[in-house]
Design a protein around this ligand. Structure first.
Ligand SMILES: [Mg+2]
Length: 390
């Protein structure tokens, strides 16, 4: 079996979007005086698909969501030629080939995003060629089904957040993640806004369910230090990305306070990036994103490293590649799940591009033992809502 072609497409959403309200999620741009609309620079309404076809007629599907026009260019210009004509079973060789030949510029950021998309497509091929779901190739089933946490609860009016939280409780979820709307420049009054919302959601979900808190890099070390003791009474399972992804020392300082476990990693890249996080004691939960970190090949190595350090891995985003890795690794206890809803931030866009994502039941999702590959197909349903660049 040889790889015959690589097809990349950028999917830009032209359909209806939900405009975000002010203070619905802190982010790194908050520190600047020209904030513009909330999350303006962080919404992404485009996606990239990467279809790798073999001479046996198998098509593997990978995807990536960061800077899709650029990741497409990287694959078309640099990566496709490195894998065409090669045996997809040599996935480690192909990964190293892509990584080493682009190393001068590609090892972090969008270069690694492009490698990730090709690698995920290769793993989809391998599953389809073997007639097995990808998780079976990665170690098999380590859990009966995967507990998932409902991940939305953007900051907004308190009664709306409570209604949303209650709807997840009613659907059977036992774990929830909410976003902060206020950060350092909003001062003590903003702290109160944040705390009131955490208290309100905790009140709805009760004392015996897990609540996770997301800063999305919108705080800084000083602010986070002040917030940790104030948040502690609400017993969050973790506080996510309190500082910029580059501030490993800041993560480490907060995590070592031992007040609330610190999580992060969805903006970290590659095995060695995660070694730095773990060596520093920066995180109590690792949250790599498979379609950024170097694909399934890199994710499995990070899983091994994290297991040795006994730091649980909860991949960022509820996507199939993450579910397969979670199923196959005992050290991945739970998965993130983005509820299906109208297009807003962009997190939900993959539901409009693909078919095959599992639906949660009572807070769990399961993967089929009988569906070869990752189990995704490209959907025809919403083609009219996308501009597709090929
Ligand atoms: Mg996050």
């Amino acid at each position: 079996m040889k790889i015959q072609s690589v097809r990349t497409r950028v999917w830009e959403w032209r359909g209806k979007t939900v405009p975000p309200s002010a203070n619905f999620c802190t982010n790194a741009m908050d520190a600047l005086y020209d904030r513009g609309d909330a999350m303006g620079s962080f919404r992404f309404h485009g996606w990239m698909t990467c279809e790798v076809e073999t001479d046996t007629g198998i098509v593997g599907i990978g995807n990536a969501a960061l800077a899709p026009r650029i990741s497409k260019q990287i694959i078309d210009t640099y990566l496709a030629g490195l894998v065409i004509g090669q045996d997809p079973w040599d996935y480690e060789y192909l990964w190293q080939r892509m990584y080493r030949s682009t190393h001068a510029w590609g090892r972090r950021g969008v270069g690694m995003v492009a490698i990730s998309a090709v690698d995920i497509a290769i793993w989809d091929i391998l599953g389809k060629a073997a007639g097995k779901p990808v998780f079976k190739l990665l170690g098999g089933r380590t859990k009966e089904h995967i507990p998932v946490y409902a991940s939305k609860l953007y900051s907004g009016p308190i009664d709306e957040m409570q209604r949303e939280a209650q709807s997840y409780v009613d659907q059977g979820f036992d774990m929830f993640k909410m976003r902060f709307g206020w950060g350092p420049k909003h001062g003590t009054a903003g702290m109160r806004e944040n705390l009131d919302r955490v208290a309100a959601v905790r009140e709805v979900v009760g004392p015996d369910r897990d609540l996770m808190l997301e800063c999305y890099m919108g705080w800084n070390l000083d602010y986070a230090r002040q917030m940790l003791p104030r948040l502690a009474p609400y017993r969050p399972r973790w506080l996510e990305e309190p500082v910029l992804a580059d501030d490993i020392a800041g993560y480490a300082e907060l995590n070592k306070l031992g007040i609330i476990p610190i999580s992060g990693g969805e903006h970290e890249f590659n095995l060695m990036g995660f070694k730095q996080l773990l060596d520093a004691g920066a995180v109590s939960y690792i949250q790599y994103d498979t379609n950024r970190v170097g694909g399934i090949t890199a994710a499995q190595k990070i899983n091994a490293l994290a297991e040795a350090c006994q730091v649980p891995v909860v991949p960022h985003a509820g996507q199939m590649h993450n579910y397969h890795l979670t199923m196959a690794n005992l050290n991945c206890p739970i998965s993130e799940y983005f509820p299906v809803h109208d297009v807003e931030v962009g997190n939900e866009l993959f539901y409009y591009i693909f078919e095959g994502d599992p639906e949660p039941e009572n807070g769990f999702i399961d993967l089929s033992d009988d569906t070869p590959g990752l189990g995704l197909t490209i959907s025809e349903k919403h083609l009219g809502d996308f501009e597709i660049l090929e």
